[in-house]
Design a protein around this ligand. Structure first.
Ligand code: SF4
Ligand code: SF4
Length: 312
């Protein structure tokens, strides 16, 4: 939505690759026309993301007025007006000391809660990096005490990234245990399932486990994401070779929640081998409906143990 951001985080996907140099189109009419055109193409759900969408509220409103089902990914420093009724995903990367160190923002979680406490649009997305695994306890306790909804994300390397946020086999195992622990500790707040914890912390990436339906890796233009999904840039152009929900991410390290919510949910046929794996998959779908769809409440998980992805 914008090429600008009011933060500068280590490992940011936006400021990687060429898309950061695209020209900004700040004309709400141009965005409205694009969304009309997308609606005519059959598109019913949109995701508005980086750099920082809250810096362009007029564009958010123009989009919402045309296609009212969708989600905004934001750092939560600015409150997005209530008239924009999308789900809002607020990124949390650790406790406030860590946020200051890697995101250069002071008292970030407090500001995010001040902005979004009691807001049915809001879901806080905690990203597990290698060094911030234990800080999830502090963040989850605070968010749960304010009745905020939480889900989990995994740091996944941007292409050519070699910084120190990368996971190791040991940290993947540790994250899985912490995810399950927090899910059991705060069942009212944490939107997650056992199967989510397994597939996002597997030693193989989502791409290696399930392949990927996004156009960037899927040449098919038959019915499905390969045909329907487009990732527009700030100049309102799109590029099939770069189109996925987390462009410039290394597919072999892709464990991102947004990627999984499309990749795993599209693989029903891989999960019908037995009742337990099917229940696990239903929990996964239920989780992401609650994360992405406003007004959808997550049910209780059907499966309360770990099932491995079929074939692995
Ligand atoms: S808040 Fe988001 S867009 Fe802004 S620098 Fe951080 S990761 Fe990038
Ligand atoms: S990075 Fe994008 S193209 Fe690659 S596996 Fe993940 S979602 Fe698919």
């Amino acid at each position: 939505m914008a090429t600008r951001c009011n933060m500068r985080c280590d490992g940011c996907y936006y400021y990687n690759g060429e898309k950061q140099f695209t020209q900004e189109n700040l004309d709400p009419k141009a965005w409205r026309d694009l969304f009309r055109q997308e609606k005519n193409r059959g598109i019913t759900f949109v995701v508005l993301a980086g750099a920082e969408p809250s810096l362009v509220p007029d564009l958010l409103q123009a989009c919402y007025d045309e296609i009212p089902l969708g989600c905004i990914a934001t750092n939560g420093l600015n409150r997005i007006p209530e008239s924009v009724g999308y789900k809002i995903h607020i990124s949390v990367w650790g406790n406030d000391d860590t946020s200051f160190r890697i995101r250069k923002a002071k008292n970030l979680l407090k500001k995010q809660i001040d902005n979004y406490e009691g807001d049915p649009r809001a879901v806080f997305v905690y990203t597990f990096c290698k060094d911030t695994i234990d800080e999830a306890y502090e963040a989850a306790e605070l968010l749960a005490s304010h009745n905020c909804k939480i889900t989990f994300n995994m740091f996944s390397a941007p292409l050519n990234y070699s910084g120190n946020l990368l996971h190791t086999p040991g940290t993947l195992d540790k994250v899985r245990n912490v995810m399950i622990d927090l899910m059991e500790k705060y069942p009212e707040s944490v939107l997650f399932s056992y199967y989510n914890s397994v597939v996002h912390t597997h030693k193989n990436s989502l791409y290696q486990l399930f392949s990927c339906p996004y156009p960037r890796m899927n040449p098919s233009v038959a019915f499905g994401l390969g045909r329907s999904f487009r990732q527009y840039r700030t100049d309102l152009t799109w590029d099939r070779a770069a189109a996925c929900c987390v462009p410039d991410t290394d597919c072999n390290d892709c464990r991102h929640y947004a990627a999984g919510s499309a990749i795993v949910t599209s693989k029903l046929s891989r999960h019908t081998g037995n009742a337990e794996i099917f229940k696990s998959w239903l929990d996964y779908v239920d989780t992401y409906l609650a994360v992405w769809v406003k007004g959808y409440d997550k049910g209780e998980n059907l499966c309360s143990h770990i099932e491995q992805p079929p074939g692995f």
